[in-house]
Design a protein around this ligand. Structure first.
Ligand SMILES: *[C@@H]1O[C@H](CO)[C@@H](O)[C@H](O)[C@H]1NC(C)=O
Ligand SMILES: *[C@@H]1O[C@H](CO)[C@@H](O)[C@H](O)[C@H]1NC(C)=O
Ligand SMILES: *[C@@H]1O[C@H](CO)[C@@H](O)[C@H](O)[C@H]1NC(C)=O
Ligand SMILES: *[C@@H]1O[C@H](CO)[C@@H](O)[C@H](O)[C@H]1NC(C)=O
Ligand SMILES: *[C@@H]1O[C@H](CO)[C@@H](O)[C@H](O)[C@H]1NC(C)=O
Ligand SMILES: *[C@@H]1O[C@H](CO)[C@@H](O)[C@H](O)[C@H]1NC(C)=O
Ligand SMILES: *[C@@H]1O[C@H](CO)[C@@H](O)[C@H](O)[C@H]1NC(C)=O
Ligand SMILES: [Cu+2]
Length: 787
């Protein structure tokens, strides 16, 4: 089970302003709002944010404005690349067209770990800065995408641009064919074929062509050079909500989109009620014949929309308990360097279009435990009787990017009102975009203590204070909330929650792929698999993977007359080879996995390390050897993998993996090439996720409280004892002779009043649905920093 829901927890003692020893007595029902009035002598809590100075520059953060501009200028000057500029505006008419070469994405190329480590240790220079750029070569019969590296930056005589291939283990090289480069221009095609079918739309649903909309399958199918896509017909939302994914109408249209001459593209199949018609005329003949069975189709309405909808709940107009900050914050931030320090933890934050926010150089008590922790890919694999569901595999790093689609957080809802917010930034085409309040940082009390014990005459109890870094990515119909929680016992939990509109299927013939959840509507079954990379460094880079298994056994003990006794033992071993490090957490969880350092044994002779285990359901992909995703999804086949670190194996997947599923840019299976894991630099790759078969409760939106998955990493024989004993936020109660004594340990009581702006935060404070835009080239008018 996961943590409690933050916003609904009563925090006794911090709602009222408590003075030492003077706790709010029982209050009569008639004066419910007393705390502020009664404590008028107290000042309003001043919420201050301590600052800090990062020990060194954040080399992972992203490109500065100048570096970005230099890289873009350099690429555009390269005659051979023949790039068409977008003039800083990717949505305007003179932006590149499908027959132009263009810049799809540009970002910092994360510096090699091997060149960062000496810098971080203070014994080497800052690593050179390179950009990675994804270029789409459209000015050719066979369009392709190729990743380039540009640098070093800023511009110098040694700056160069060349294909970036060391990330990729693709057989066919760095040029990867793009089969749907002209898709942006196909709007005309779909408009035309809907117009031709106007009479049929009228018969089936009594709508005109502009009363429906189309979705296309993802990815396109490529077979023997033939490129096919399917369109699904959907009802149109009636309000502003993007409810289209809840309104499939059960008609699917196949189009042959082979070749670059879009005038030759043609519709060659109409699928309705599981019958495939090979031409519109054939379909029309069937539909207009007597006795043709029409299936209906869902209609947008309150059931799918997001207005409040339902009977009043008891007392529900009253404000629920809320989290408050009773004074100064207890963590410090270097905003410029995106460096954060809370209790015994420090870390750097980076953000990028593809991957969103990730953490680097996570240290605990001054020692690095993780070089890198972040999401690699968020995939969704659907299934169904119809070609849209059956063909749907999404990689969210590709469609807009996990960072590109991050949103401004809603104060008091996404995060507590007192949170510290940081902006995030990403590059769209050649334009830098700034997203205010993309990251929140806050401490909270999950509503249960981290420790307690009652003995004769005493109780010892310790507050559980959790520090969270959170972001939200809205990837089309779905919203992913990613939270990194840091705990007083030295543990870190990685949570992903999903909400938003499900993608659904037309119900007909679909019983084995979902439940009927509304008129003509099936909740389409799918797997969400969210891959994370965790590059552990436990007391140095050389580590091993320990496995401790609970095994049943029959033993004899001489003191028992050697009678057999059925019992259990701990089987301790090491996973010493990459091929053996494809791990599934088994039923009944008998095995414990930990990254340990065998060269740094503690004083009891045990290897110190960090353990990793699921904190809320985790999954791997159900589909084996997916016909749609192929080898592009290989990172999702198990719960956990360990590999030996290499500068060439830094990404477990690529946003462009679906462009060639049989020979993807990154085929994760090729990482498992029998290398030793004994006292090597280990990287763990783990999958979070949910098997999702939507039920009526997913309407209108899936809820975060159930769509939740999490992994916990925690110290394992790492410290002499549990570090949570160091906090002052604990008490001991002792009773003697009928009186109770309270022992405190130096925690200062709150002595300020909570402002009404904390209790009633503005949800739109610094929120932005539009994004600030900075133009290239860099003209010096903006500060030269990131974001
Ligand atoms: C980009 O172009 C579109 C369409 O021409 C226009 O509406 C928009 O205002 C432009 N944005 C900027 C930042 O220039
Ligand atoms: C450069 O791209 C343009 C389209 O943007 C194309 O017309 C032209 O042929 C290309 N030039 C070369 C040398 O490939
Ligand atoms: C698809 O279109 C291409 C290009 O127009 C054509 O050569 C091919 O024969 C078509 N395929 C089928 C199956 O009709
Ligand atoms: C965050 O973005 C907002 C809006 O663009 C801007 O006013 C603010 O200065 C930014 N904050 C930082 C720390 O860059
Ligand atoms: C980073 O590592 C790769 C793979 O070893 C290497 O090809 C590349 O040159 C390195 N980059 C730098 C800047 O050292
Ligand atoms: C405990 O209470 C008893 C009776 O009230 C009293 O006689 C005795 O002195 C108390 N002992 C202590 C240690 O306070
Ligand atoms: C909004 O921005 C102002 C000015 O930067 C800052 O003082 C305030 O804390 C911010 N509030 C939120 C909720 O981000
Ligand atoms: Cu789902």
């Amino acid at each position: 089970m996961g943590r409690f829901f933050l916003a609904s927890l009563p925090l006794l003692g911090s709602l009222v302003s408590g003075l030492p020893g003077s706790y709010a007595p029982f209050q009569p029902v008639s004066s419910p709002r007393l705390p502020l009035q009664r404590r008028a002598d107290n000042e309003i809590c001043a919420i201050t944010q301590p600052t800090t100075q990062a020990p060194h520059k954040n080399v992972w953060a992203g490109l500065t404005n100048r570096e970005l501009s230099d890289a873009i200028t350099f690429l555009f000057k390269d005659k051979e690349l023949n790039l068409t500029e977008d003039g800083g505006n990717t949505t305007c008419a003179n932006s590149p067209q499908s027959w132009d070469n263009r810049l799809l994405a540009i970002d910092l190329l994360q510096p090699n770990k091997t060149s960062v480590l000496p810098f971080v240790a203070g014994s080497g220079p800052a690593p050179p800065v390179y950009a990675r750029a994804n270029l789409l070569f459209g000015a050719t019969e066979e369009p392709y995408m190729e990743e380039f590296v540009v640098g070093p930056l800023p511009l110098s005589d040694s700056t160069a641009a060349h294909p970036l291939s060391f990330f990729s283990n693709r057989q066919k090289g760095s040029k990867i064919r793009v089969h749907d480069a002209d898709f942006a221009t196909d709007g005309d095609l779909s408009k035309a074929f809907l117009a031709e079918a106007a009479d049929i739309l009228k018969i089936l649903w009594n709508v005109a062509p502009d009363g429906v909309q189309l979705v296309s399958s993802s990815p396109v199918q490529v077979e023997n050079g033939q490129v096919t896509t399917w369109y699904g017909v959907e009802g149109k939302p009636k309000k502003m909500y993007d409810t289209g994914t809840l309104l499939p109408l059960g008609l699917y249209i196949r189009a042959n989109i082979t070749g670059r001459d879009t005038s030759k593209w043609a519709v060659d199949g109409w699928l309705y009620n599981d019958i495939l018609y090979s031409s519109l005329d054939e379909f029309r003949k069937a539909v207009t014949a007597p006795g043709f069975k029409t299936l209906g189709g869902g209609v947008d309405g309150p059931w799918s929309q997001l207005e409040r909808n339902g009977d009043d709940l008891p007392f529900d107009d009253l404000q629920p308990p809320t989290l408050v900050q009773p004074g100064a914050k207890r963590f410090s931030v270097d905003v410029e360097n995106k460096f954060v320090s809370w209790m015994d933890f420090t870390f750097f934050v980076s953000d990028s279009r593809d991957l969103g926010v990730r953490l680097f150089d996570i240290r605990y008590k001054g020692k690095r435990i993780l070089y890198e922790l972040g999401m690699e890919e968020a995939m969704a694999h659907y299934a169904g009787q119809d070609p849209i569901q059956s063909g749907a595999v999404f990689l969210d790093t590709y469609f807009g990017g996990f960072g590109g689609q991050m949103v401004s957080l809603v104060n008091g809802y996404d995060c507590p009102a007192y949170s510290t917010y940081l902006n995030t930034t990403y590059v769209d085409g050649t334009t830098r975009k700034v997203r205010p309040n993309g990251i929140c940082l806050f401490e909270s009390d999950p509503g249960y203590p981290i420790q307690r014990h009652s003995g004769t005459g005493y109780t010892s109890i310790t507050k559980n204070v959790v520090f969270t870094l959170r972001t939200v990515t809205t990837a089309g119909n779905y919203d992913y909330m990613t939270s990194y929680d840091f705990h007083l016992d030295g543990a870190v939990t990685i949570h992903v929650r999903a909400s938003g509109f499900i993608q659904s299927a037309f119900y007909a013939n679909n019983e084995e792929y979902g439940f009927k959840i509304h008129d003509d509507l099936s909740g389409s079954m799918h797997d969400h698999v969210i891959t994370f990379k965790a590059d552990f460094d436990i007391m140095g880079e050389k580590n091993s993977l320990q496995k401790v298994e609970f095994v049943p056994t029959t033993e004899t003990y001489h003191w028992n007359g050697n009678k057999p006794r059925n019992t259990m033992k701990a089987k301790k071993s090491f996973i010493t080879n990459e091929d053996d490090a494809k791990i599934n957490f088994e039923t009944n969880s008998p095995s414990i996995y930990a990254v340990v350092n065998k060269d740094e044994l503690n004083k009891f002779g045990e290897a110190p390390g960090y353990r990793i285990h699921p904190a809320a359901g985790v999954i791997h992909l159900t589909v084996k050897d997916s016909s749609v995703g192929g080898k592009a999804l290989n990172v999702a086949n198990h719960h956990l993998y360990a590999t030996k670190f290499k500068d060439t194996e830094v990404r477990g997947s690529s946003p462009y993996n679906l462009l060639d599923v049989e020979d993807p840019l990154v085929d994760f299976a090729k990482f498992q090439d029998s290398e030793s894991l004994e006292q090597e630099d280990l990287v763990l790759w783990f999958n979070l996720g949910m098997h999702h078969i939507p039920h009526t409760g997913d309407l209108p939106n899936t809820v975060f409280s159930t769509a939740h998955t999490a992994m916990l990493i925690e110290p394992f024989n790492y410290l002499a004892g549990s570090p949570h004993r160091a906090t002052k936020q604990m008490v001991q109660l002792t009773s003697k002779n009928g009186t109770t004594a309270i022992t405190r340990y130096g925690a200062t009581p709150a002595n300020c009043a909570v402002s009404s702006s904390q209790l009633n935060p503005k949800p739109d404070e610094n929120w932005s649905s539009t994004i600030a835009i900075r133009k290239n080239p860099y003209d010096g008018s903006q500060p030269d920093h990131i974001g």
